[in-house]
Design a protein around this ligand. Structure first.
Ligand SMILES: [Fe+2]
Length: 160
């Protein structure tokens, strides 16, 4: 497997660990322990904003366009992009709620649960469908270009 795809799969594993942790914190919120859970939920919001967003941008700029060139911009590529945007919106809503002086626990549960559901499904689709498909349709040269672009995106915040 090429280095770029390896990184993307690794990122998914990290994200699944973060989601398990978020689920535990939401259970605390359900038991009325929002104050105790707040720091870890805030750290999760930060993880989405930084690490996972870098992963999304690498996919959107370095992988999806070369896939779209072969299979078309609709279908799986479009669905993945829509889900990234849905997750970004949920992250912003979660963060905005955490920044409020009086936090609504129900909203934290709503945004958090939605992120868990959407992101787990999203990762499963990429791991089981999109990534195996990309290995079949992209050439060694495509991967070389994608790897270089993904590295540049990681190095240069202006590319975000
Ligand atoms: Fe991904």
């Amino acid at each position: 497997m090429n280095g770029f795809l390896e990184v993307l799969y690794d990122d998914h594993e990290k994200a699944l660990v973060e989601l398990d942790q978020l689920e535990k914190q939401l259970d605390l919120v359900r038991k009325g322990e929002l104050e105790r859970a707040k720091i870890r939920i805030a750290a999760f919001a930060r993880f989405l904003e930084d690490s996972l967003n870098l992963h999304f941008v690498q996919e959107e700029k370095a992988l999806f366009p070369i896939m779209a060139a072969k299979i078309g911009p609709g279908g799986p590529v479009m669905v993945m992009e829509m889900e990234h945007n849905e997750l970004r919106e949920a992250q912003q809503a979660l963060k905005a709620e955490l920044l409020k002086e009086s936090i609504d626990a129900e909203r934290i549960l709503q945004y958090g649960s939605s992120i868990i559901e959407v992101l787990r499904n999203h990762i499963a689709k990429e791991n089981q469908v999109l990534f195996p498909m990309s290995e079949q349709i992209l050439s060694a040269d495509d991967w070389k270009k994608a790897e270089e672009l993904a590295a540049q995106i990681a190095l240069n915040k202006d590319n975000f």
